[in-house]
Design a protein around this ligand. Structure first.
Ligand SMILES: [Zn+2]
Length: 304
């Protein structure tokens, strides 16, 4: 909350520096008039692919100044190949996706606008099968395919700031926004998705996996795993839950969606290559799965 207040304060100042062309101002006015309320405005995305990619590239530069990328060529190649296979079967395959591995034990993954995907090493380590991992990557591709990041940014920064950033008319303004957003936490906070966006990304992931030949059940299984870890050790997945709250509802939604799809033979659940890749990753210092005492039938005690 404090962070958002800071951003709002900074942007209020920034907006005074922006000189809007009349055309831009009238577009803003038209949109506001047409929507009549904030909710319709939230789903507006007027960015072209090129604009969105330019924004994503700028954010990716900032992110990569802060995080350490995992560079084991076999792991990097594997994740890219798995991701690109999914991309080819996604609803937005006309842009280039850059899929990278972040060298951290933390279980998380995120997507920036324009096709910049980051999968943490820790998440690969806790995925039980290739289809679980594909489910997470498919979910992030879903955010890009549905332009959730671009919409979130437009909602948070305002149309005029976004247009100022894209047009390059106000490089000082861009640098100001960039400095306010500096850091992974700031950027992810700006890209916070609504529950509706999460549901949409889940649904896209299910279809994407199936189209690409992977068992879409991996999406559901991974959510169940996250819920189980969170029940057993609340806070263990704090950073993941901050941006992607797993819930029983998401498990049920994806389960129902899969059940309603016609059966398909030969879908891939796991692969030898996935197991090899997992084996060559360094062990997690505090593996959230290792504290599991019993088999998966064990019902965790919920604390309220
Ligand atoms: Zn998400």
């Amino acid at each position: 909350m404090k962070f958002h207040a800071l951003i709002r304060h900074a942007l209020a100042g920034l907006s005074r520096f922006l000189s809007l062309k009349p055309a831009v101002a009238s577009i803003s006015l038209l949109l506001l008039t047409a929507s009549g309320c904030g909710s319709a405005f939230q789903n507006i995305n007027i960015l072209s692919d090129a604009d969105e990619i330019a924004l994503g590239r700028e954010f990716s530069r900032q992110i990569e100044r802060e995080v350490r990328l995992y560079t084991d060529p076999e792991v990097v190649r594997y994740i890219d190949e798995l991701g690109q296979t999914l991309v080819r079967h996604s609803t937005r395959s006309n842009i280039t996706y850059y899929i990278k591995v972040v060298d951290t034990d933390e279980v998380n993954a995120f997507a920036l606008p324009g096709g910049y995907l980051y999968i943490n090493r820790g998440l690969i380590s806790i995925a039980g099968t290739e289809s679980e991992l594909a489910g997470v990557i498919g979910h992030e591709i879903g955010h890009v395919a549905a332009r959730h990041g671009a919409k979130a940014l437009t909602r948070q920064l305002g149309l005029e700031v976004i247009l100022g950033m894209i047009s390059g008319r106000n490089p000082t303004g861009v640098r100001r926004v960039a400095s306010q957003l500096a850091g992974v936490g700031g950027i992810l906070s700006m890209l916070h998705h609504s529950r509706q966006a999460e549901r949409e990304a889940d649904a896209l992931a299910v279809v994407n996996l199936r189209e690409a030949g992977y068992d879409p059940g991996g999406v559901t299984v991974f959510f169940e795993k996250l819920l189980e870890i969170n029940d057993r050790e609340p806070g263990a997945l704090a950073s993941l839950f901050a941006t992607h709250p797993a819930s029983r509802e998401r498990v049920e939604n994806t389960r129902k969606q899969i059940a309603a799809l016609p059966a398909l033979e030969g879908l891939v659940t796991d692969s030898e290559r996935f197991r090899q890749i997992k084996n060559q990753l360094p062990p997690l210092e505090d593996n959230p799965l290792k504290n599991k005492k019993n088999d998966k039938e064990e019902q965790p005690v919920r604390e309220h």
